[in-house]
Design a binder for this molecule. Structure first.
Ligand code: NAP
Length: 243
């Protein structure tokens, strides 16, 4: 039997880990092309959009893809919806990989909100100096919050519209608790804003330690899938048990 051909829609740490772990499969990883020097997964990598649902379904059929894995970021809503629709058109299974969201612990002061707009509306009541870790594309939602000063961290520089009072730190993780504590203290941060991305949580540990509030944006509901996995090992086990 020829090895399975697996298309991993990635752009995440776990997408790269899965590509490295699936040694018994032919793996094609796909990245959106948002960053100028992305961290590349092992094996074949293609970069750039497919041209919507039809383009993705065509790619799956053309390349003989047996299984699509949606290992994109939990807030990458459009590509996840496209993956579900394209897998249905191409009649291949879809494995949806989602790392677990964060869970509030003793000492946390979290305000959960359904979207970035609600996070922006809440901020003036929580403090003046805001550490914004929602990614470059989310910064525009805070453009009208004139009451606050923002420290935003992203891999690539943001584009307008942007808040009037904004400093940008261009960094790619991983981040340490010690580094996050220093950053929050040095910039006299009052409140942290984050999406509930899950995974490494150094900034949340630092916020807990310093007793500052966190505005956490809830994940959008994921589209239907053939199966779901929350860890790379679960995903590997499911994929390797396919006939
Ligand atoms: P999105 O809004 O869901 O997708 C917009 C369009 O970008 C899609 O319709 C698709 O274009 C293209 N696209 C997205 N991911 C792709 C992939 N892995 N391979 C090929 N095309 C892709 O996506 P986004 O939120 O901008 O995220 C873009 C990428 O950054 C994703 O790969 C995601 O995993 C990663 N990322 C996102 C976040 C976040 O907070 N959203 C954070 C960290 C990393 P076509 O319709 O032309 O196919």
């Amino acid at each position: 039997m020829p090895p399975l051909t697996v298309l991993i829609l990635g752009g995440t740490t776990e997408g790269r880990a899965l590509a490295a772990a699936l040694t018994g499969c032919t793996v094609i990883s796909s990245l959106a092309g948002r960053t100028t020097s992305p961290l590349l997964p092992r094996g074949e990598v293609r970069i750039g959009g497919f041209g919507g649902v039809e383009g993705l379904a065509w790619f799956v059929a053309e390349r003989g893809v047996d299984i699509v894995v949606d290992a994109t970021h939990p807030f990458a809503e459009r590509i996840s919806a496209n993956a579900a629709a394209a897998a249905a058109i191409a009649r291949v299974p879809l494995l949806q990989f989602r790392r677990p969201g964060w869970v509030e612990q003793a000492g946390d002061d979290w305000r959960r909100v359904p979207d970035l707009a609600r996070a922006a509306a809440l901020l003036p009541r929580l403090g003046e100096r805001v550490f914004l870790t929602t990614g470059r594309q989310g910064i525009a939602e805070f453009a009208e919050v004139d009451e606050c000063w923002f420290l935003a961290r992203s891999v690539e520089p943001p584009a307008p519209p942007m808040p009037k009072r904004l400093d940008v730190l261009l960094y790619r993780g991983p981040f340490t608790v010690g580094g996050e504590l220093r950053l929050i203290r040095d910039h006299r941060i009052d409140v942290l804003v984050s999406k509930d991305s899950g995974g490494a949580d150094a900034k949340l540990v630092a916020a807990r330690e310093l007793g500052i509030p966190v505005v956490l944006v809830d994940r959008p509901a994921p589209p239907p899938a053939t199966a779901t996995a929350g860890t790379v090992q679960e995903a590997v086990t499911w994929l390797e048990s396919r006939p």
